[in-house]
Design a protein around this ligand. Structure first.
Ligand SMILES: C[S@@+](CC[C@H](N)C(=O)[O-])C[C@H]1O[C@@H](n2cnc3c(N)ncnc32)[C@H](O)[C@@H]1O
Length: 199
């Protein structure tokens, strides 16, 4: 069944570009090098393909079939293998596998009432001494209007992430502004947050 995101991804271009998120490039050195890595809500594959090209063993999931067709094409063009699978983040069987790295980039479709559920699921999917990497927007992004949902309650603050992952060892938790050039979807001055924690 076609969903909201299938429609957003219907163009021939890549909505967020084909290059990885700037935040992923910056934070990648914190990941378990070459580890088994889950990329959630991966969209058109720019982040999973980048990680596979760096030698990670990548599984990538999204619920948009349209996005995943484009993600597979991107992986083929880059000559890398990514294990793509379709799933709704709320239905995922999180306890089935454990990963060295779990990567969540711009998953701010998750509403505040379901954030704890998803944050807990992400943390549970990480092996002992594995890494959780989150990159997204802070509430200040709504006024900038250069990407993301128009609802500040969907965004993260450092305090919110520190509380949500207090059981982990947090190594990066910073809010900052930067200018993004990531396709039509994320373009212009942006209020961002980078977060890394160890399981
Ligand atoms: C802002 S995009 C980010 C995509 C990708 N992470 C990136 O940075 O290019 C949000 C993604 O979440 C996916 N998504 C939205 N709701 C979802 C759900 N319930 N389950 C799984 N994926 C979902 C969309 O299809 C979309 O690809």
């Amino acid at each position: 069944m076609e969903n909201f995101w299938d429609k957003r991804y219907a163009g021939t271009d890549y909505l967020f570009g084909t290059q990885p998120a700037a935040g992923l490039i910056a934070l990648e050195p914190h990941l378990v090098a070459g580890g088994k890595t889950l990329v959630v809500a991966d969209g058109e594959g720019r982040n999973s393909v980048y990680l596979a090209s760096k030698g990670y063993d990548v599984r990538a999931t999204d619920y948009s079939q349209v996005a995943q067709v484009k993600a597979k094409a991107l992986a083929k063009e880059a000559g890398v293998d990514v294990d793509f699978f379709l799933s709704d983040i709320y239905d995922a069987r999180w306890s089935d596998e454990a990963y060295d790295n779990v990567v969540a980039i711009f998953i701010q479709f998750v509403p505040p009432e379901r954030m704890d559920e998803i944050f807990n699921a992400l943390a549970r999917a990480i092996r002992s001494r594995g890494t959780l990497l989150i990159h997204g927007y802070t509430p200040e992004q709504v006024a900038l209007g250069t990407g993301g949902p128009g609802n500040p309650d969907h965004m993260y603050t450092p305090d919110m992430l520190a509380n949500a992952f207090s059981q982990m060892q947090i190594t990066v938790n910073r809010a900052y502004t930067a200018t993004l050039d990531e396709g039509r979807g994320h373009c212009g001055p942006s209020a961002l947050i980078d977060f890394v924690a160890k399981g």
